[in-house]
Design a protein around this ligand. Structure first.
Ligand SMILES: [Zn+2]
Length: 306
């Protein structure tokens, strides 16, 4: 059984017209995962993350900045990319809450795997700074919850978004119970994630040059990243599932096809089955070509149930 976590509030975060991280993205993903094509998905409304859950990874000042902002109709600009609108706080609480609830569900055996169709995305948000379209680091909040609440010793975070998850790395680079594994284009925003950044041996970065296509992408996962994940023997697999490495994506220059996301999804399910009783929670990060995003997310979610 695969659960789909989402919430209508996630459509009410409005970074402004022309901003690539638009509500239309989530709309496109939800339409691609509709009842007709994905009748077997167990659809669940995401709860809000609690203050206690958020404070495991973010500073009180960070929470105040997001939750106590008083944006006008044009929104409050936190940096060049990151905007808070009147609906943003609720969207951000539901996005982080989705991952926490999904972790609880897979740990309880209520479902094997879950996909959180939420926004704003999370992996650029550091412990103290919203950035790069991200307000709270949704996957990091879920990982911290798994460590604290479920007393796990080994949680893997897999990040195949085309951008490096600098926020996730920042939050966990000294936490040996978390292995963070990322493939990302370099050079590209936010400029972090060279292979030399290893944390306490728990960070594995695979920067890929612009133009990298399916074959080289699969080779780096097969030859380097998946073996590191298997060696770690994760008790839970969390995934920052961004689909902006697709060749049609306007924000980056990798050349992946829709099928590559299903290919990796299958291998991650296999990883979860071998070490984690199948427990795997994925959360939507980037993906800015609406058609490619919708098709890639659908192919990925399909791979979770195969
Ligand atoms: Zn991205």
């Amino acid at each position: 059984m695969i659960r789909l976590y989402s919430h209508p509030a996630c459509l009410e975060h409005q970074p402004g017209s022309g901003h690539p991280e638009s509500p239309a993205r989530l709309q496109a993903v939800l339409e691609a995962l509709d009842h007709d094509r994905f009748a077997a998905l167990d659809r669940v409304e995401a709860p809000r993350a609690s203050r206690r859950q958020l404070l495991r990874v973010h500073t009180p000042e960070h929470l105040a900045r997001v939750l106590q902002a008083e944006p006008g109709e044009d929104g409050l600009r936190l940096d060049d990319d990151t905007v808070i609108s009147p609906g943003s706080a609720e969207a951000a609480l539901r996005a982080a809450g989705a991952v926490v609830a999904a972790v609880d569900a897979v740990m309880a055996g209520a479902c094997a795997r879950a996909f959180c169709a939420v926004r704003p995305p999370g992996h650029h948000a550091t412990a103290s700074t919203p950035m790069g379209f991200c307000l709270f680091n949704n996957v990091a909040v879920g990982a911290a919850h798994a460590l604290r609440e479920h007393r796990l010793k080994r949680v893997a975070i897999v990040d195949f978004d085309v951008h490096h998850g600098n926020g996730t790395q920042d939050i966990f680079e000294r936490e040996s119970k978390v292995l963070y594994v990322s493939s990302h284009q370099s050079p590209l925003y936010p400029g972090t994630g060279p292979a030399s950044q290893c944390g306490v041996g728990n960070i594995v970065n695979a920067p890929l040059p612009p133009g990298t296509g399916s074959e080289d992408f699969r080779q780096i996962w097969e030859g380097l990243l998946l073996p590191r994940l298997h060696d770690f023997r994760p008790q839970l697999v969390l995934v920052s599932a961004g689909f902006d490495a697709h060749r049609l994506d306007p924000l980056a220059d990798l050349q992946l096809e829709t099928g590559d996301f299903a290919w990796l999804g299958e291998r991650l399910v296999q990883l979860a089955r071998v070490h984690a009783s199948g427990r795997m929670v994925s959360s939507l990060e980037g993906g800015y070509h609406l058609g490619a995003l919708a098709a890639s997310a659908a192919a990925y979610v399909q791979s979770l149930s195969d």
